[in-house]
Design a protein around this ligand. Structure first.
Ligand code: KG4
Ligand code: ZN
Length: 353
């Protein structure tokens, strides 16, 4: 089965051709990062205008790279949410037009589910049930993932934890902006933190007292803001790498501490880490070490599949197509689309099968 994937939910225009949900024949990504850098973040209006200019050449390029034509494919998978409404509209409308004119099935895909499927492309053997932590600029979600088929063909999700405020990537981006670093902040902080002392500053872990497995990142961001207000020298070397390394350690510890609580409670067979922040070197290192100590399988995608891409959308769409889950041509974009509603009674494991 050959599927075209299209992704335009934020500031990447991406298209990919994937065979059988596993083999990437092409994976083209146009990043608008340079366009948005002067503004210190994504400007939605500019993002949609750029998608409009790029969508056609990027999709054409994906076909050229794969040595395939529209006639060869079995379906079109496209992100329909969550994301920026104007950006989503461009990809979805283009996909609908292709689907209608060529009579190819259309499959609307949730972007978050796409991130989970980025693991499927390299690790089809991954074991379920799994805990999937999706950490990106817009989301920080911890899912309990069960498979009806034992593999990626038919997954079911329960949301066991999510951020109460900022997403992890958002905290990276905001702290970077505060320190005058370029957008997006994650990769820059990751690089600069390597030379810093992770224990130079201590950030307390937010207390979530209702027994939920939720995250919170606005506290650590505000703590950095207050520290910098009190001591401007933190913005410069030699103190800046120490501040960044300590901030990063705080974020990574928060992500691990909640994940480890969920591991104890739910006892998954594997851990899957995905989303833009999963590219973070310290996060990978900590999760690698600690999942190994807990004798759990740990999966994460390679860098090109970690940040937004269309191969993961094609992979998720292929699973849907195989199950016959085809979308109507009038499907609407949903900026706030959810993959699963928050689960509150996981403590007594009533829902765990
Ligand atoms: O998944 P993604 O490409 O887009 C969204 O769906 O949001 O994630 C982008 C986010 C940005 O906040 C960016 O700063 C963060 O991922 N990011 C990183 C790293 N690379 C990207 N955060 C920490 N360390 C990195 N190496
Ligand atoms: Zn994403």
């Amino acid at each position: 089965m050959l599927v075209l994937g299209i992704e335009t939910s934020c500031d990447e225009t991406a298209a990919a051709i994937v065979k059988d949900g596993r083999e990437i024949l092409s994976n083209v990504i146009y990043s608008q990062v340079k366009t948005h850098t002067p503004y210190g973040g994504v400007v939605p209006e500019i993002a949609s205008r750029e998608h409009l200019l790029k969508i056609r050449p990027i999709v054409d390029q994906a076909f050229r790279d794969a040595g395939k034509t529209l006639d060869d494919i079995d379906g079109i998978a496209v992100t329909s949410g969550p994301g920026l409404i104007g950006s989503l509209l461009v990809g979805l409308t283009y996909a609908k037009a292709l689907s209608f004119s060529k009579r190819k099935p259309l499959v609307a895909v949730n972007h978050i589910e796409g991130h989970i499927y980025s693991v499927a492309l390299e690790h089809p053997e991954a074991e379920f049930p799994a805990l999937a932590l999706v950490v990106s600029g817009g989301h920080t979600n911890l899912f309990w993932v069960e498979s009806e088929s034992g593999d990626f063909r038919h997954l079911k999700y329960k949301l066991v934890g999510r951020t109460r405020d900022d997403a992890a990537g958002e905290a990276y981006d905001k702290v970077a902006k505060l320190l005058g670093l370029s957008y997006p902040g994650g990769p820059v902080i990751d690089r600069l933190a390597r030379t810093g002392n992770r224990e130079a500053f201590r950030f307390s872990t937010p207390k979530i007292t209702d027994g939920s497995l939720d995250f919170s990142f606005s506290g650590i961001k505000t703590a950095v803001l207050n520290m910098v207000k009190q001591n401007e020298r933190l913005k410069e070397d030699p103190l800046r790498p120490d501040l960044l390394a300590s901030f990063q350690e705080g974020v990574v510890n928060m992500l691990w501490s909640t994940t480890s609580k969920a591991i104890t409670l739910l006892q998954p067979r594997s851990i899957m880490l995905s989303g833009g922040v999963a590219a973070n070197s310290r996060l990978r290192e900590v999760f690698l070490e600690r999942t190994a100590a807990a004798r759990l399988k740990f999966y994460y995608p390679c860098p090109i599949l970690t940040t937004d891409n269309a191969a993961m959308i094609a992979a998720a769409g292929t699973a849907k197509l195989m199950r016959g889950e085809i979308s109507e041509i009038d499907v609407s974009p949903d900026p706030n689309m959810r993959l699963a509603l928050p689960e509150r009674n996981f403590q007594n494991k009533r829902w765990k099968t």
